[in-house]
Design a protein around this ligand. Structure first.
Ligand code: V4E
Length: 217
């Protein structure tokens, strides 16, 4: 299990030029994401994000990093960190725990052996967002990846990402991200919206409003 620490940024022409100069392009790929939740948004209102991408399941779970120190506070404010679970039975158990009591009588371990539709319907999960992304990836130093995403609903966003093991040093990951951002000439001090923020605001404003009220987005 790993923890993804990342900072999003808006990639100007200038930033792209710097990235193409100092970064190493490690490829381009296209993928479709489908996100799932219960009709009452029990997962996303708790900041859990269940996704299927290229046939693989992933659950992003919130982690607490405690109070940031004074000097780290801006780096911390600009970054998000989520634990990523990719093992399907573990995802099912975790989801079941989060949405307690809504999964009926059947055993989820049995469900894990069945088609996706079965466990999704047992847990009353439906797809609430579906979009395709073209992603160009770069590295600027070992362990720091930069993704430039172009979503099919017309939103472009960049991400600086560091993966650490669970329980690893989140603050040093934030520091690496801060250094990479400096190299790219990024000096904004506001959080940049992710693809999901823009998607929900545009296509599911009620869901978006609930997440804003719950301080998830
Ligand atoms: C965690 C999260 C969501 C799930 C999608 O996460 P994100 O990293 O934006 O997507 P993507 O495609 O880059 O995934 P990757 O390929 O890196 O695994 S949707 C909303 N959140 C929460 C969230 C937040 N509160 N604030 C910001 C700036 N981003 C995400």
């Amino acid at each position: 299990m790993s923890v993804e620490v990342e900072r999003k940024f808006l990639c100007s022409e200038e930033t792209l030029k710097i990235l193409e100069k100092i970064g190493v392009c490690i490829g381009q790929r296209e993928f479709q994401d489908q996100y799932f939740d219960s009709p009452g948004f029990e997962l996303t209102l708790r900041d859990f994000w269940l996704r299927k991408r290229k046939g693989c399941w992933e659950l992003k779970c919130p982690i607490s990093t405690g109070e940031p120190s004074e000097e780290q506070s801006l780096a911390a404010k600009l970054c998000t960190q989520y634990k990523e679970i990719t093992n399907l039975p573990e995802i099912q158990q975790r989801v079941k725990k989060v949405i307690k009591g809504t999964c009926g009588d059947r055993d989820i371990e049995t469900a894990s052996l069945q088609e996706d539709e079965l466990w999704l319907s047992q847990l009353n999960l439906v797809c609430f967002a579906e979009f395709t992304t073209v992603r160009r990836s770069f590295t600027v130093e070992e362990g720091v990846q930069i993704d430039l995403d172009q979503a099919d609903f017309g939103y472009h966003v960049g991400e600086i990402e560091v993966l650490i093991p669970e329980g690893g040093d989140v603050h040093s990951a934030q520091e690496k991200i801060r250094n990479a951002a400096q190299k790219l000439g990024l000096n904004g001090d506001e959080r940049v919206e992710g693809k999901m923020n823009v998607y929900l605001k545009r296509y599911h404003p009620e869901h978006y409003a609930k997440l804003l009220s719950a301080h998830v987005l």
